[in-house]
Design a protein around this ligand. Structure first.
Ligand SMILES: [Fe+2]
Length: 189
């Protein structure tokens, strides 16, 4: 039986991510796969992957590796929905299926002492990612950013591949210079 586009993507992603110990090499190897996967999104995305909520952006699980080494989500962003300032503790590859996803970066000025306080962040640049665009990031130091869709733009849908099950990550309070760990369920923001 011919594998579906999603099955082929998962199989190849698993092979390549195991082959690359360095996260920077890993995202280099995986970004082209995401670029191709976006073109095939119509063949495997189901109505459940387009779930959204007026409460906030919605993460819909597509694939979670049995050993928790990979996960793939669709995220649906309604106008005006944004993440908090956050990191990932993992490499990640993101592709945009619909709309324009905006990413606003933060630059960490203080050294990472492994504590949750005295964290100085400066606002960095922004990127606007249209349908078909792929972006990626690596940890250590963690990539810290805000992602979302401004009020004036329509819904966006994006695919997010991470190097672990993404059920917890840090969110930052820039003003108080602190961060805290949050735990999220698969189908919730
Ligand atoms: Fe993120």
């Amino acid at each position: 039986m011919t594998p579906t586009a999603l099955e082929a993507f998962i199989a190849e992603t698993t092979v390549r991510s195991r082959r690359q110990a360095d996260p920077a090499d890993c995202v280099l190897a995986l970004a082209p796969l995401m670029l191709d996967l976006i073109d095939q999104a119509g063949t495997f995305l189901e109505p459940s992957h387009y779930r959204s909520s007026v409460q906030g952006y919605t993460r819909n699980l597509i694939y979670d590796a049995p050993d928790a080494s990979l996960s793939l989500y669709s995220i649906v962003w309604l106008p005006g929905q944004w993440t908090p300032v956050h990191d990932h503790g993992s490499w990640g590859v993101v592709g945009v299926v619909e709309g324009v996803l905006e990413e606003r970066s933060y630059v960490r000025l203080s050294p990472d002492r492994g504590t949750d306080e005295q964290i100085d962040l400066a606002r960095g640049g922004t990127v606007l990612l249209r349908h078909g665009a792929v972006t990626s990031f690596v940890p250590n130091p963690d990539h810290i950013h805000v992602t979302g869709v401004p009020d004036e733009r329509p819904r966006a849908v994006s695919l997010h591949l991470y190097g672990r099950t993404m059920n917890d990550f840090n969110i930052y309070d820039v003003r108080s210079r602190t961060r805290r760990r949050i735990h999220v369920a698969h189908n919730e923001s």
